[in-house]
Design a protein around this ligand. Sequence first.
Ligand code: MOS
Length: 770
Amino acid sequence: MAQAPERVVPPVGGLPVTDSGPAVGRPVDRVDGAVKTSGRARYTADVSCPDLAHAALVHATIPRGRITGVDAAAALSVEGVLAVITHENAPPMPAPPRENLANPSTTAGGARVAYVTTDQVHWNGQPVAVVVAETPEAAAGAARLVCVEYEALPAATDFLDAVPGATPVKAGLLEVGEERTGDAPAALAAAPVSVDHRYTTPAQNHNAIEPHATTAAWDGDRLTVHDTTQNIDWARRYLAACFGIPVGNVRMIAQYVGGGFGGKSSVWAGTVLAALAARVTGRPVRMALSRESVFRTVGGRTPTRQRVALGVERDGRLTALVHTGVSAVGRVGGRSEQVAAQSRFLYAAPNLLIRHDTTEMDVLPSTFMRAPGEAVGMFALESAVDELAVELGMDPVELRMRNQPERSPVGGKRYSRQNVREVLTRGAERFGWADRDPEPRSMRDGRWLVGWGVAGAFQVPAQLFADVAVQLNADATVVVRTSLHEIGVGAATATSQIAADELGVPVEAVTVEHGDSEQPAAPGAIGSSQTASVAAAVLLACEQLRREALDLARRAPESPLHGRRPAELRPAHGGLYAGNVGESWTAILTRAGRSRLEARTGSDSPPRQTLRTVRAMAGLVLEQRRWVKAATGAHFCEVRVDPDTGEVRVTRWVAVFDVGRVINAKLATSQLRGGIVMGIGAALEEETLVDPRTGRSMNAGLAGYHVPVHADVPTLDVSYLGEPDPRTPLGLLGVGEVGITGAPAAVANAVHHATGVRVRDLPITLDRLL
Ligand code: MOS
């Protein structure tokens, strides 16, 4: 329910008014809750404009080759069809930029393809034509009538057959290649007890509730794009490069986005082609992708093959940890899955080897998907730890307890917090782990086999550069402007809470304007970083505002703040106070004849502020590299398995997290639960099935690609330690990704405990259990 709005009566000197205490830490309702639940929130595909035309894609049906002919006559004869754009008639476009990490305009490309301006086909499903029509129905219907002929070439489409490249990659964003400490193979060979196993995880597709959509309109060489992006800044720069126009000519708007999970971090065909179609037809064009088109044009998680080998002394102390993985990328782009990245930090193994290899295939380029690397890498690692516990005859919680590192085994970095023992202990208590009989198949409920599993969660949230403007008005209202992405996580709400405390006003007095490239540039909603990154900037801007307000007040002899120093004062009661002496913003600004004060953190700030804030933000980003600042957790899961059919039901879940300070438990719990749900999906359901003969996805839709529904998910008991991180602004870590990490392993470990069957290949389907 809504918090009762608190009125702050602007005081002039003396102690004022009600004060509800800090907003940070309170589970206030979402600021966007009412517009969303009432249907008033406008998402990209809701945006309309006069003369709007609609576009649909035609997808290639071969994995590799060349288009030899297009027959668009039937499509063009459909009533309302305006154009069929193919490589035969498309205007020339600059070549799509290759990724160059120093240049953000290149980072956002999902695939390096000159969509529909080339006759080359690089994956089965690549868009080969765009149909534009007066209605979405005409466009979709006509798209089915476009006949394309091909000259097919041999293609590599079967991941399990593919041969990895000879050298580990260390080229792209998030990639760590290979790292070693000591001699892991020798330590493994010498270990009295060891496990050494292979694990696989399948390709997965993004299925945010809102399919990708774009509405694009040109005005001369200026482009306005409403888009389902979770990275306005990247998308804008990338589109500018694609169309050869200045970045400032592209306006990106994404006020609300219905889930991203990484699938909306990069720019995919629909966005580029909506803009191209608008240019060709001279009309504003909306491209609302069908679910099938999302499957065929938006990358997902690449499949992986992994090896985890652990060597241990009889007392359970690890001596060797080997974690290697192969993942696939497309020939025209893609992200390798950094499955072993977290294995540098989790356990105190003195001899450690991690390595990532990739293999190039003729497939849709893969991309970020919630906890890229950890989500499936920890399935293998945390399964292997469980296997080792069985081998040793030791409780898997105890085994983890014994191997907590003081410093990171690779690189010797310090940890900003080391609460893994604490989350394990609390989780075990809440779950009742002590009652577990370690023997597989020992626990039953009627005919169901019951199993209990545990796994750790671990993810390092990023700290990125954010530009925000904060405006403090004379009526003690506050406006925060930043192009953050409200992809369903509650970032605008959390930001309102932070700004409210920093300026001593109620949450209701703060408005966060977001989702538009006209605003100062926030980082993408990526890497569990958005809220903490924006928070760091909001803290800096609000500090600047307090300093400026105090400068105004100190000059006035009649002000109670006359002669006060900044360190004595705190924001409270709608103004600045030292104990019960102080003055409201209204009084300060009114006396000074100012209607508002404004502060900004980014490179476009007033010069006086720039150096200070840019330095502070850069310092944070650099400090991030010297410490391991990880969100951690422990999952405890109960499954029931039908011994005759192999049906697996997740029936109980307890997760305890250490995510630093929790701004708003209502939002954070929702994020963490969402991560666990996605982890249950990865464990039991999600799998993109590809026909190895054609490279075509055979289940390109939610009828064939299963994600958990309510009936698949029990009540998820989520709790936190809640103490602030000592080394981050406001003590925040991110909550977006840590929830999924470890969750698939908790399920797999519970399934093993229930059945005695160890499934090392996801998803755990009936056939793998019987
Ligand atoms: Mo995330 S996979 O950085 O949306």
